[in-house]
Ligand binder design. Structure first.
Ligand SMILES: Cc1cc2nc3c(=O)[nH]c(=O)nc-3n(C[C@H](O)[C@H](O)[C@H](O)COP(=O)(O)O)c2cc1C
Length: 365
């Protein structure tokens, strides 16, 4: 008989008013299987429900509006059809006694005219082209220089967030996670390399924090702070390999102080360069950032059970989110607990395609 781990990782835990089965979170993962209208497929309900043994699921990043889109076949939460499809997914997860948050996304400059009606330019705080290429419908293309948002457009985007948050509520989610990581729109405003505005949304750190904090406040208006989390990636350099900020620790320390004052449920920190390394650069200390935030802290990036246990024992995190291993291991929690072998998903299944390599991975025998 298999001996099950008695680690605290697998014991129930409460964060705020949310009771979770264990401390393992399924990290948000874009899988690009929605239709051209941004409606998730029926089999997405199987995919998420199969993974409902996680303490909490955070969905793939979900566009708050048509303007927010950056990549093909990513889902949205602005139309009735999208809300109905998400409701079926949420119901399937709840039926398995799981908890699920929707990740709210605006890609900003990390997009391409091919993704927009009439070939419109992506929008951003400033007209600064990202480094490298982006995936579009027919392969990879060079990024373009985005259009800098007019000051008067910014409140409209905040309203898009508010409406998306409201729609997430209609779909029955347990809460929402504001995507403020990986150099998408919110992070583009935060960082001094991508925000060179001269209005009240740029320049000083206080001004660079203004838009992200206005977004968070709008989402809190809908959900209450106890059901809103945020994702950050202070060290990540994506889309290039150079630091995005001249004073990373000051930017993120001040951001976390403000988020803490708003009583946000959790901060979900990608520790290091997303998927690549766990290094602390730019004067960043994950443990120090964690201590500046009074809500729960979800740690992410290359976590194994052993690393999660050691981090929990030090008091440096409350929950641990795991991404890639959830792709091929629907019952990841059970496998970790039993010390069972993990399956590995070939990269060709990560983005695009159908149920194959997505909702057809078997549980361990
Ligand atoms: C296929 C794939 C899609 C991803 N999509 C998202 C996403 O939609 N939103 C997000 O915040 N992070 C996304 N990420 C990053 C993961 O959430 C996570 O931060 C990363 O994979 C590191 O965690 P891991 O080492 O446990 O995989 C994605 C990662 C992968 C591999």
């Amino acid at each position: 008989m298999t001996e099950l781990s008695s680690s605290r990782i697998f014991s129930p835990v409460s964060i705020g008013s949310l009771e979770l089965k264990n401390r393992i979170v399924m990290a948000p993962m874009t899988r690009s299987r929605s239709d051209d209208g941004g409606v998730p497929p029926d089999y997405a309900a199987d995919y998420y429900a199969q993974r409902a043994t996680a303490g909490l699921i955070v969905t793939e990043a979900t566009n708050i509006s048509a303007q927010a889109r950056g990549y093909p076949r990513t889902p949205g939460i602005w139309s009735d059809a999208q809300i109905a499809a998400w409701k079926a997914i949420v119901d399937a997860v709840h039926h398995r006694d799981g908890k699920i948050f929707l990740q709210l996304w605006h890609t900003g400059r990390m997009s391409h005219p091919d993704m927009h009606e009439g070939g419109a330019l992506p929008v951003a705080p400033s007209a600064i082209k990202p480094h490298g290429q982006i995936r579009v419908h027919d392969g990879m293309k060079d990024f373009v220089t985005p259009r800098a948002l007019e000051t008067e457009e910014i409140p409209l985007i905040i309203e898009d967030y508010r409406r998306a948050a409201h729609n997430a509520k209609l779909a029955g989610f347990d809460g929402v996670e504001v995507h403020s990581a990986n150099n998408y729109l919110l992070e583009q405003f935060l960082r001094d390399s991508t925000n060179q505005r001269t209005d009240q949304y740029g320049g000083s750190l206080e001004n660079r924090l203004r838009f992200p904090l206005e977004v968070v406040r709008a989402v809190i208006d809908v959900w209450g702070a106890e059901r809103v989390g945020i994702r950050i990636s202070p060290v990540t350099t994506a889309p290039g390999d150079t630091p995005l900020d001249s004073r990373t620790m000051e930017t993120f320390g001040t951001y976390l102080d403000a988020l803490s004052d708003l009583d946000l449920l959790y901060v979900h920190d990608i520790e290091g360069v997303t998927q690549m390394s766990r290094v602390e650069t730019g004067g960043v200390s994950f443990a120090t950032l964690r201590r500046r935030f009074k809500g729960a802290y979800i740690a992410n990036n290359q976590y194994t059970l052993a690393l999660a246990e050691a981090t929990l024992a030090r008091g440096d995190a409350d929950l641990f989110s795991i991404g890639r291993p959830f792709i091929a291991n629907p019952d990841l929690v059970g496998r970790l607990r039993a010390g069972a072998a993990l399956a590995e998903a070939p990269k060709e299944y990560w983005y695009g395609g159908d149920a194959t390599g997505y909702s057809d991975w078997p549980a361990m025998s």
